[in-house]
Design a protein around this ligand. Structure first.
Ligand SMILES: O=P(O)(O)OC[C@H](O)CO
Length: 411
């Protein structure tokens, strides 16, 4: 059988899903063998793929997080658009079958879909019902606004119900990129980069400063605890240390596994007219490298076709918390009565599709977003260590980020 290498960044419950899908595909036919290889965190996987490409030994398929999309789009010649791979493999590619917000995010301006949206997510709120009860909070009503989250976190801390009130994974993706979209604020010019590569960052505006200062203030006595740059904070929640977590809908598998009594709420918003707006898709998609044999491309196409099946997409969504990427799988899940039994599980989809996006809420795309996120993380970490306030952190992140963007686009 022709071997198809698939580099990915999935850990825990999501890693089990990857292995299970590869196994099922491999058992369903004998011409191709998909071989998943774990390459570290999302940024590490992207870096490994770039290095392998330079050494002329890239994998056939690489999972790239949302932030790496602009990097991959700029890598002309390195990749083959997934629409071409599918068509060459003899499969009809009909983009109307996919969820519109997701297709748009992973397509070129002319509409060609570049990568396969394997695991699309939206950030949501998870909370520990037992701790809520202990703190005298209603375990059936998750906080809706950031103000309510911060108040609940303080109550949890001062009542001694838990050592930490609130934590969040991805301060970049959730507290900045999605904070902008969900509150209909500009993250950067040129429709946050979807309209062109020359972007001036705007996330040091007053509402962001206010939000981050509130987090910095809560960090002083541990009411907010920082976990790390990617999804590390999930463990602070599953260990029962922190009562409230904002994290990807795709974090669900590990939260279920932890066995704690959790509830789900929508991503909190900052109070203001017309809010919330809509969230932007996160997670990752599968990119196909160039320079492979016809047999390998046929195998990749066959595998993507396998992943697109309604029954696979429905299961992936229901088990992992990631969104189904096809309309058929969404409809199928609705019809099965799944959301009636688990209403909160539709939250990530409703958040993303509830309103038509504005120029602030279609997504964020920068040719060097992973680098800009690193810069933001450095400034956030220095803020959380008490070395600077939120205004200084955001001003510096914008200034350094803008310089890095100008350099990356060769200006
Ligand atoms: O945890 P994921 O897979 O939903 O990814 C979260 C972010 O979108 C990564 O940038």
């Amino acid at each position: 059988a022709t071997e198809i290498s698939w580099w990915h960044a999935m850990t825990g419950a999501n890693n089990e899903v990857v292995d299970q899908l590869a196994k099922e595909f491999n058992e369903s036919q004998s011409d191709f063998k998909v071989m998943p290889v774990f390459k570290g965190t999302y940024p590490e996987t992207l870096n490994a793929g770039i290095a392998a490409f330079r050494a002329k030994q890239p994998p056939a398929i690489m999972q790239v997080f949302d932030a790496g999309s602009g990097v991959m789009m700029g890598a002309q010649g390195a990749i083959v658009p997934v629409a071409d791979v599918l068509e060459k493999g003899g499969f009809k590619f009909d983009k109307s079958q996919y969820l519109p917000g997701i297709v748009a995010y992973y397509s070129k301006p002319d509409g060609t879909m570049l990568s396969f949206p394997y695991n699309s997510s939206s950030p949501i709120l998870y909370y520990n019902k037992d701790i809520f009860e202990k703190a005298g909070l209603n375990p059936d009503t998750p906080p809706k606004t950031w103000g309510e989250v911060f108040d609940a976190a303080k109550k949890i801390k001062t009542s001694g119900a838990a050592p930490c009130g609130f934590t969040s994974t991805w301060l970049t993706w959730i507290q900045t990129e999605n904070f902008a979209a969900w509150n209909n604020l500009s993250y950067g010019s040129n429709e946050n980069g979807l309209g062109g590569t020359d972007v001036k960052l705007a996330f040091n505006a007053e509402p962001f400063v206010k939000h981050f200062q509130a987090i910095a203030d809560l960090a002083k006595d541990g009411t907010f605890r920082y976990g790390g740059r990617t999804s590390e904070a999930k463990q602070l929640f599953t260990s029962g240390e922190c009562a409230i977590l904002t994290e990807s809908s795709g974090g669900l598998g590990d939260i279920v596994k932890s066995g704690l009594k959790y509830g789900i709420g929508q991503l909190p918003y900052a109070e203001g007219p017309g809010r919330p707006q809509n969230t932007i898709p996160g997670g990752a998609s599968l990119w196909v490298f160039g320079g492979k044999s016809d047999a390998e491309y046929k195998g990749v196409a066959t595998f993507f076709n396998f992943l697109s099946q309604t029954k696979i997409q429905s299961r992936l969504h229901q088990v992992s918390g990631y969104m189904p990427v096809t309309m058929a799988a969404y409809e199928d899940t609705k019809k099965s009565g799944f959301y009636e039994k688990n209403p909160a599980r539709e939250t990530p989809l409703l958040q993303m599709m509830g309103k038509a996006p504005t120029e602030n809420s279609k997504g964020v795309r920068l040719v060097n977003l992973p680098q800009v996120r690193d810069i933001m993380n450095e400034e956030f970490e220095s803020m959380l260590a008490g070395k600077q306030d939120a205004k200084a952190a955001l001003d510096k992140a914008v200034q350094r980020g803008n310089a890095a963007i100008q350099q990356a686009i060769g200006k």
